[in-house]
Design a protein around this ligand. Structure first.
Ligand SMILES: C[S@@+](CC[C@H](N)C(=O)[O-])C[C@H]1O[C@@H](n2cnc3c(N)ncnc32)[C@H](O)[C@@H]1O
Length: 244
């Protein structure tokens, strides 16, 4: 049995470099090629334009929206007791909608996004007076230390040329013991295509975990949308994180 496992592992190891080379070939490398300011302008243009207008529809088609809702509905990521929730890079309000549905009635939700157009779209889609909408960059959050006891950050970190300042900012505004749901595009075949479509980068789990730890955030557990996603290692990276 052990011998068989060894052989399988060896085969997988041999295949990995080829697979990684393929991912690198497909993956968009704009984030590494241009200056931070130029890249930031590109992100604003992409989300402010027709692609951004299609974001909510894309999240439905890719099933990220219903699968994301599942995490909250089944309490895999439990919002109970959270009083002040920050949704980073709220886009079309895909996650904010779940927050409004599953968080406690008295929880305050704040949505931030780099793109004014995306904030407007989120406001129109959510049709709720509840959340505050703030135009801001994840790398420089306009909030006092420890302002939030819960943060959700879905598919935004891959838009930072250097993720560390963004993670450090979220660690700063999170209360001690506060929790965060962090979703990112994974270094996989489908992730590489996503990166092509949205001009973002991808992560692998170990790298992301190390980055979190370097700013005082601990990965409490890895979450999966469904059992099938776990078995197939598909659906991107999804961490529940705690500020230690
Ligand atoms: C793929 S969408 C994610 C939408 C939603 N959070 C979700 O889970 O589906 C990425 C969003 O992050 C925003 N964004 C990109 N870079 C950002 C930054 N540095 N600071 C804040 N928001 C950013 C984009 O404008 C876009 O609305």
């Amino acid at each position: 049995m052990h011998k068989m496992l060894d052989v399988t592992e060896q085969r997988q190891r041999k295949r990995r470099p080829r697979r990684e080379a393929l991912h690198r070939l497909i993956e968009n490398d704009l984030i590494r090629r241009v200056s931070d300011d130029e890249y930031r302008r590109k992100v604003k243009r992409v989300y402010g334009g027709p692609k951004g207008a299609m974001l909510a529809a894309c999240s439905m088609v890719s099933l990220h929206m219903p699968l994301g809702e599942r995490l909250f509905r089944t309490r895999k990521f439990d919002l109970t007791g959270a009083r002040s929730i920050l949704d980073v890079g709220s886009g079309a309000g895909q996650i904010a909608r779940h927050l409004l549905k599953y968080a406690d009635q008295d929880a305050k939700v704040t949505c931030i996004d780099l793109s004014h157009q995306m904030l407007r779209r989120a406001r129109n889609r959510l049709k709720s007076t509840g959340p505050d909408f703030v135009a801001a960059d994840l790398a420089c959050l306009p909030f006092a230390d420890e302002s939030f006891d819960c943060i959700t950050c879905g598919y935004v970190l891959e838009h930072l040329p250097d993720p560390k300042p963004g993670l450090a900012e979220m660690a700063r505004v999170l209360t001690k013991g506060g929790r965060m749901l962090l979703l990112t595009t994974e270094d996989s075949f489908s992730g590489a295509w996503t990166s092509r479509l949205w001009y973002c980068r991808t992560y692998n789990r170990k790298e992301l975990m190390r980055l979190c730890e370097s700013v005082g955030l601990r990965c409490k557990q890895e979450l999966w949308f469904t059992k099938m996603h776990k078995a197939m290692r598909a659906g991107g990276i999804c961490f529940e994180i705690e500020k230690t």
